[in-house]
Design a protein around this ligand. Structure first.
Ligand code: KE4
Length: 424
């Protein structure tokens, strides 16, 4: 029986490659036709055929207050009557910027952009402009947006589609991109030995969320800090996904490691397009108009997105909704471990972000993640969706909760999960 989702998806396929405006939404790796969304409300997504799902994707992280949160809607509505974009500085940018600085003291100065990709592109150019070096170390499985020189052994959609890199990126764009393995310090030391005084920075997701969910071991992050100090290289934390998610102050707060530069996104826009990068003042002052590193954006810092970001952060960290949601995230991990006792799973979380792998072995790198049981993940995803639970449609993504994932929603979730694992 055809339904509205498949009818609309067919029309989407006629005009968008793969029927989507971002590859991971195509449900390709889980071998299904994606549902078409009619609306989001709190912890729920409802498709055009009236099916509702408890949403553990939360728009890939931004929606810490759930869909259509009333404070965020009110803030956007109020701003709408005063205009959406000025192309000139407004106080909202300063207010949101200072709120971010309060939780990220390493970001002595910052600049707003419109996506995580733009933040990555800008931070890379700034690191090269400041140090005068071109080589960059990244980690296999880390994804920093679709920046040409970072689309090498990246995670997220590339891992989902088993793409080693991207067509259309000229060899000379990636010749300065050196690849290491997450949690493998020697693989980083080697690059510094072989490329003395040529490496401008290390960039990484301090907790990986684009190869599935993978935490740094022991003193991995502290050791990267020491390596950068010893080799005059910058340490860049991509906290687009972990920022305000794993802790209000991100992974840098949890592991007490101070990066030279940080990029944020997702949560800071509360569902509207916002990215931000920042760090040490002496580095940031190399940016135009006071420095020689050019970077710009028509809608950067626009008041509409700023108002959404402010309403989101205020209600998330200032109202202590973060710690409430963290508790429910921990209980979800507990439920996974309890119901899956016949299936070997690796389940872990940090703050309000979690991840699941099917397999016996702990997952400490992208290489480990590639060895997990993806067929079992596909079956799990399919059964979960049939039971009204929507997890990320890829084994190489993470999961998220919002303040709307309250006691009532999570009780329903546990019942559904028990059903899923009884038929898996
Ligand atoms: P955007 O350009 O998509 O706003 O951000 C890129 C980005 C940068 N850094 C990290 C750590 C990220 O996770 C992302 C984007 N994350 C993916 C999901 N894993 C976005 C979803 C998508 O690509 O559709």
């Amino acid at each position: 029986m055809s339904n509205r989702s498949s009818e609309i998806f067919k029309k989407a396929q006629a005009i968008f490659p793969g029927g989507v405006n971002s590859p991971v939404r195509a449900f390709k790796s889980v071998k299904k036709t994606p549902f078409i969304v009619e609306k989001g409300e709190g912890a729920y997504l409802t498709d055009v055929d009236g099916n509702s799902y408890i949403d553990f994707v939360c728009s890939w992280g931004p929606l810490v207050l759930g869909h259509a949160n009333e404070e965020v809607v009110a803030a956007i509505t109020e701003q709408l009557s005063k205009g959406t974009s000025y192309g000139a500085t407004c106080e909202l940018e300063v207010t949101l910027g200072n709120l971010i600085k309060k939780y990220y003291p390493s970001m002595e100065m910052l600049r707003f952009v419109n996506s995580g990709t733009e933040a990555a592109m800008s931070i890379l150019r700034l690191a090269r402009g400041f140090t005068g070096n071109n080589k960059i170390i990244k980690f296999s499985g880390c994804y920093h947006g679709h920046v040409d020189s970072l689309l090498v052994q990246a995670g997220s959609g590339l891992a989902t589609l088993s793409l080693p890199g991207s067509a259309g990126v000229p060899e000379h764009f990636v010749k300065d991109t050196l690849i290491s393995q997450f949690n493998n310090l020697e693989s980083v030391e080697k690059h510094f030995e072989e490329n003395k005084n040529q490496i401008c920075a290390i960039i990484l997701e301090p907790i990986m969320g684009n190869a599935g969910f993978i935490k740094p071991k022991d003193n991995f992050l502290k050791s990267l800090r020491e390596l950068c100090d010893k080799n005059n290289a910058l340490l860049i934390f991509d906290e687009v996904m972990t920022g305000f998610r794993v802790a209000p102050g991100g992974a840098q707060e949890i592991y007490d490691v101070k990066p030279d530069l940080t990029m944020l996104g997702k949560v800071v826009g509360g569902g509207l397009p916002v990215g931000v990068f920042g760090g040490r003042k002496e580095i940031m002052e190399h940016l135009a108009p006071i420095g020689a590193v050019y970077q710009a954006g028509t809608l950067s810092g626009n008041p509409l997105a700023m108002s959404a970001g402010l309403a989101t952060l205020k209600n998330w960290v200032e109202n202590d909704n973060f710690s409430k949601t963290q508790k429910f995230t921990q209980s979800l991990v507990q439920a996974f471990r309890e119901f899956s006792n016949d299936h070997s799973m690796q389940v872990d979380s940090e703050g309000t972000m979690f991840g699941i792998f099917f397999g016996e072995e702990p997952v400490e790198s992208f290489e480990d993640a590639l060895k997990t049981d993806t067929e079992k993940f596909i079956n799990f995803f399919d059964l979960a969706l049939k039971n009204g639970l929507y997890f990320a449609p890829s084994p190489y993504e993470a999961g998220f909760l919002s303040v709307s994932h309250d006691n009532e929603v999570m009780e329903k979730t546990y019942k559904k999960l028990e059903e899923v694992f009884s038929s898996l």
